[in-house]
Design a protein around this ligand. Structure first.
Ligand SMILES: Cc1cc2nc3c(=O)[nH]c(=O)nc-3n(C[C@H](O)[C@H](O)[C@H](O)COP(=O)(O)O)c2cc1C
Length: 220
């Protein structure tokens, strides 16, 4: 059975990003695959420490991040999977800090410092990125397109180029009346949540099904 690991880079386990992950996972299962969601904020880890064990000549951990913390077994699990989904809310115009830390630890060891920077990842994983954010699609296109490209550069270098799935204009607060929010119209937010978010969830589901089909086609 083809396995997809989904990494939720949001601290919230039941909000927008997590729901998009769950829907993608349902799509994977519907298509006959196996899906596992990892909540990054549950794991005790930091970004790359620049120890360079992954680049040591003759080193037993060459091409692998071996730093002894909670992320290392997850990295090994990702390397053995067939597909990878990295999901993150946008925080301060970027993916969350922990998502960034994961990308450093996952991709740098597979990026060999040789001519052409060949990938030494054990598998050329099918990948997808899920981004959720407060801003509209129009603003996202104006503000974040370069950031998405940069975020995905190393992923594309060592695995396959990610498919992008978005949820824009997300519903951020449980109750908009309890918080100081003057720049967003709570009624517009609610309307978007009720009308558009279910469509975004459906897109994630379809993308999950497609990932499994693409993995199977690759093996046939
Ligand atoms: C610290 C912080 C920073 C944020 N920065 C941005 C931002 O720069 N752009 C944006 O569109 N949304 C921003 N947001 C909103 C979240 O990206 C958005 O609500 C997201 O869907 C939350 O995902 P979640 O429901 O899975 O936690 C920010 C939220 C937080 C908590």
């Amino acid at each position: 059975m083809k396995k997809v690991i989904l990494v939720n880079g949001s601290p919230r386990k039941n909000q927008n990003t997590a729901k998009m992950c769950e829907s993608f996972a349902c799509g994977v299962k519907e298509a006959g695959g196996e899906a596992e969601i990892v909540h990054l904020y549950d794991i005790d880890f930091k970004g790359c420490r620049s120890c360079f064990s992954c680049k040591l000549k003759g080193g037993k951990n060459f091409g692998r991040c071996s730093f002894p913390d909670g992320l290392t077994p997850i990295l090994d699990k990702i390397s053995e999977a067939d597909g990878l989904v990295i999901a993150s809310p946008i925080y301060c115009s970027d993916v969350t800090g922990v998502t960034r830390c994961l990308i450093e630890r996952l991709t740098f060891p597979f990026f060999e410092y040789k001519a052409g920077y060949p990938s030494i990842a054990p598998k050329k994983l099918k990948t997808a990125m899920i981004y959720t954010m407060n801003v509209s699609e129009t603003l996202s296109n104006q503000m974040y397109t370069d950031m998405f490209d940069k975020t995905e550069f190393m992923i594309t270098t060592v695995f396959e180029k990610p498919v992008r799935i978005f949820a824009y204009d997300t519903y951020q607060f449980y109750n908009y009346d309890k918080y100081v929010v003057e720049v967003f119209d709570k009624n517009e937010k609610l309307k978007h949540k009720e009308e558009q978010f279910p469509l975004d969830i459906k897109k994630a589901f379809e993308a999950g099904k497609t990932m499994i089909k693409n993995i199977e086609n690759m093996h046939n």
